[in-house]
Each structure stands twice: as structure tokens, then as C-alpha cells.
Design a protein around this ligand. Structure first.
Ligand code: NAP
Length: 242
């Protein structure tokens, strides 16, 4: 057990989740990063978290598997005894035009980006309610706010996450739990590395793609410094969609 506050970040081994983990560790949190397959990336991230002075470990479980999630959350409680910040960040894309979208690709994206947030938040909210404090940040997307051709599955999942954010914010405020979402634009991670984004900077008022760190700063703000903010969707997209 520890005096430090605890953050659980799904999909925390790489990309945006990793940047959030490092940012929260710098702010004095102990951090649990969840991941599903890439052991090497998870080990590297844990090593970097420890270098920052955080107690940290990686929790390998599939966020689409309710039983595995419950076991993973129970392990966090056994190790640290509390959860102060939850970042529902794990996500995938399976892009394609709707006319050709398979049920498999629809379901994989809804399960990983939306149903996962239910599976993870469900046990974590119970813990936070007992603590009478906590912050949940859901990783949405501008696709969930505005829709994106070729991403009906992903847009639906992220819009669902935004609806969940607002409903939970209303349900949980009286228990001292705040729930917000971040909606990133185009961020340089493995998820976007194969997209043809040449020239996209011209359409972004701030004239560059986002870095994972840009999102992590917004997550840290919502988690730590936004005591009077709940139920909001913070767009972090360089002004791409205004
Ligand atoms: P990324 O680099 O592809 O990393 C994805 C992370 O999610 C990895 O840690 C991965 O674990 C984990 N993950 C995937 N499926 C999982 C599962 N079933 N169970 C547990 N963990 C799982 O992605 P990213 O770009 O950082 O994206 C992070 C979040 O931001 C996602 O929700 C994404 O939709 C959202 N987002 C990203 C962008 C962007 O431009 N990059 C824009 C808007 C929103 P492994 O390492 O084990 O595979």
C-alpha cells in the first residue's frame, strides 16, 4: 500500500496512453498501465515510469473481456488499495467504407473503444464511490463529435463514449467523481502512422499534427486541476474542427 495517488490507464503501453502515464507519474502518481499484446513496449514504459520515481507495473488484460478486466482491477486494489484516476484510453481502428464494413470490424471497434469503458469503469466507479473521490477521463476523438467518412464504427464508438461521459458526470458528481472526455485530432502514434496525412497540416490552424504529449497535458489538467469541470469534451486538435 502507498500514500501516493494511483492512476490506471488502459492502453498505457504506447502512444497517447504512455504519454498520459508519464505525465501523471511526473505529477507524483503511481501508475498502472494496461495493455494487451506488446510486452516489450509495456516493459519499456514501466521502466520509464520507475525512472520518474513512480511505483508502476503493467497489467496485461484484454479490455474487451469483462472477467479479465475485473481480475485486473482487483489486482490494482490488492497492490495499491485505491484508484484515483482512470483513463479509458485503449482503442483500435478498423477503417473502411460502411458499404463494405464487416460485422467483425464493426464489433471489434465497438467492443474495444466503447464496451471496454463500461467493463473497466464499472468496478472502478464502485471503488471511487467508496473513496468519495475520483476522476475518469475517456479518450474520445473528433470523429465521435463530428463523424468521419470511412469510420462509421469508430465514430459510433467515440460518440457513445461521449454520451457515457455526460451521463456518468451527472450520476457521479454528488459522490465526488468527475467524468470528462478528451477528443484528439490527428496525433502522431502507431495508430496514425499508416494514414496518408500529407498536407493535412494546411487544414490545421496550428499547422502541425499533434504529439501524444499534447493529449497527455489535457488529461493531466482534467485529472488534477479541473476541480469544477465535469461532463465536458475537450477537443485537442490544433483547431482542426472549430
Ligand atoms: P496506439 O498507439 O495504437 O496504442 C493503443 C494502445 O491500446 C496500446 O497500448 C494497446 O496495447 C492498447 N490496446 C489496444 N487494444 C487493447 C485491448 N483489447 N485491451 C487492452 N489494451 C488494448 O493508439 P493511440 O493513437 O495512442 O490511441 C490511444 C487512444 O486515443 C485510442 O482510444 C484512440 O482511439 C484515441 N485517439 C487517437 C488519435 C490519434 O490520432 N492517434 C486520435 C483520436 C483519438 P498493446 O501495446 O498491447 O497493443
Amino acid at each position: 500500500m502507498t500514500d501516493k495517488k494511483i492512476a490506471l490507464i488502459t492502453g498505457g503501453s504506447r502512444g497517447i496512453g504512455k504519454a498520459c502515464a508519464l505525465e501523471l507519474a511526473k505529477a507524483g502518481y503511481n501508475v498502472v498501465i494496461n495493455y494487451v499484446g506488446n510486452d516489450e513496449a509495456a516493459a519499456q514504459t514501466v521502466a520509464e515510469l520507475k525512472e520518474l520515481g513512480a511505483e508502476a507495473y503493467s497489467a496485461k488484460f484484454d479490455v474487451t473481456n469483462k472477467e479479465a478486466v475485473e481480475a485486473g482491477v482487483a489486482e490494482v486494489m490488492a497492490k495499491f488499495g485505491r484508484i484515483d484516476v482512470l483513463v479509458n484510453n485503449a482503442g483500435i481502428t478498423r477503417d473502411g467504407l460502411f458499404m463494405r464494413m464487416s460485422a467483425e470490424n464493426w464489433e471489434a471497434v465497438i467492443n474495444t473503444n466503447l464496451n471496454s469503458a463500461y467493463y473497466v469503469s464499472s468496478p472502478v466507479v464502485k471503488i471511487m464511490m467508496k473513496q468519495r473521490s475520483g476522476a475518469i477521463i475517456n479518450m474520445a476523438s473528433i470523429s465521435g463529435v463530428f463523424g468521419n467518412a470511412g469510420q462509421a464504427n469508430y465514430s459510433a464508438a467515440k460518440a457513445g463514449l461521449i454520451g457515457m461521459t455526460k451521463a456518468l458526470a451527472k450520476e457521479l458528481a454528488s459522490r465526488g467523481i468527475r467524468v470528462n472526455a478528451v477528443a484528439p485530432g490527428f496525433i502522431k502514434t502507431d495508430m496514425t502512422k499508416d494514414l496518408k496525412l500529407d498536407g493535412i497540416e494546411e487544414h490545421i490552424p496550428l499547422k502541425r499534427l499533434g504529439e501524444a504529449q499534447d493529449i497527455a497535458k489535457a488529461v493531466k489538467f482534467l485529472a488534477l486541476d479541473a476541480e469544477y469541470i465535469t461532463g465536458q469534451v475537450l477537443q485537442v486538435d490544433g483547431g482542426l474542427v472549430i
